[in-house]
Design a protein around this ligand. Structure first.
Ligand code: 13P
Length: 255
C-alpha cells in the first residue's frame, strides 16, 4: 500500500515565532500517527526554525517553492542548495505561483529536475481553473501539466515524487470538488504517469488531492482508492484541525 501523505501548505501565514511555537504544539499531537507521512510547509523565513524544532519527531518539512539554479543573481529567490538539509520536500507548480508569480509549465519542469538533482522531493501541483473546468477542459489541462512537469524526468526518480491535484476553483473557496471528481482526476494523473513510465511504476506514486480539505470532508476524500493524501491550506493552520486531518487519514486508510 502507498503510505498516505498529508502536507500543510501554510502559504503566507505565520511569522517565524508563530511557526516555531505552532510546530512545538503540533509535534506531540501528531506523534501517535506515524503511519501517515506528515509534512508542514511554512514560509521560507521559518524553515530553519521549524526544521530545528521538528528534528527527531518524524514530521517532515517542505518549502513552498524554489528557484532551479544552484545560486546566482536572482534577487529574492531561494536556491535548492539552500534548502538541502533544511527540508525534505518542496511544493512546485502551486496554482498561486502559476497565477501570481509567473510560474509556467517550463519553470515547473526546471524546478522539478533541480529538486531531484539536489535530493529534494517535489510535490508537483497541477489543476485546472474554473473556466477550464466549466468548458470541459479538465483532462486536457491536467494531463498536459503532468506531462510538461515530468518532461525529461527519469523513471528512477518516480519514488521521490508526489503529485497533487488541486482544482483552482476549489482552493480557499470552500467550494470543494466532490470526492468522485477528485478521485477521477487523480486517477487520470496516475494514468498519465502509466503512459509515461508504465503501470507498475505509476501504481507506486502517491497522489494528493487539495482544495478546501477540512476535517468534515477528509474521510470522503481519503476513502477514495486513487487518493493517497491531501495538500491542505487553511485547515493546516490550526493544530486541532491539522491533527484531526491526520487522524482521519489514518482511519480512512485502516492504519
Ligand atoms: P485550501 O485548503 O485553503 O483550499 O488550500 C488548498 C491549497 O492550495 C493547498 O496547497
Amino acid at each position: 500500500m502507498r503510505q498516505p501523505i498529508i502536507a500543510g501548505n501554510w502559504k503566507m501565514y505565520k511569522t517565524h515565532t508563530e511557526a516555531v511555537a505552532f510546530v512545538k504544539e503540533l509535534a506531540p499531537a501528531l506523534a501517535p500517527f506515524s503511519a501517515v507521512e506528515r509534512v508542514v510547509c511554512p514560509p521560507f523565513i521559518a524553515l530553519a526554525g521549524v526544521s530545528e524544532a521538528l528534528a527527531g519527531t518524524g514530521i517532515e518539512v517542505g518549502a513552498q517553492s524554489m528557484h532551479w539554479e544552484a545560486q546566482g543573481a536572482f534577487t529574492s529567490q531561494i536556491a535548492p542548495t539552500m534548502l538541502q538539509g533544511l527540508v525534505g520536500y518542496v511544493i512546485i507548480g502551486h496554482s498561486e505561483c502559476r497565477q501570481y508569480l509567473n510560474e509556467t509549465d517550463e519553470t515547473v519542469n526546471k524546478k522539478v529536475k533541480a529538486a531531484l538533482a539536489y535530493g529534494l522531493k517535489p510535490i508537483i501541483a497541477v489543476g485546472e481553473s474554473l473556466t477550464q473546468f466549466e468548458a470541459g477542459q479538465t483532462d486536457t489541462v491536467v494531463t498536459g501539466q503532468v506531462r510538461a512537469a515530468l518532461a525529461g524526468v527519469d523513471a528512477a526518480n518516480l519514488n521521490n515524487i508526489v503529485m497533487a491535484y488541486e482544482p483552482i476553483w476549489a482552493i480557499g473557496t470552500g467550494k470543494n470538488a466532490s470526492s468522485e471528481i477528485a478521485n477521477r482526476v487523480v486517477g487520470l494523473v496516475r494514468n498519465t504517469l502509466a503512459e509515461l513510465y508504465g503501470k507498475p511504476a505509476a501504481e507506486t506514486v502517491r497522489i494528493q488531492y487539495g482544495g478546501s480539505v477540512k476535517p468534515d470532508n477528509m474521510v470522503e476524500y481519503m476513502s477514495q482508492p486513487e487518493i493517497d493524501g491531501a495538500l491542505v491550506g487553511g485547515a493546516s493552520l490550526k493544530v486541532a484541525d491539522f491533527t484531526r486531518l491526520i487522524e482521519l487519514a489514518a482511519q480512512a486508510k485502516g492504519l
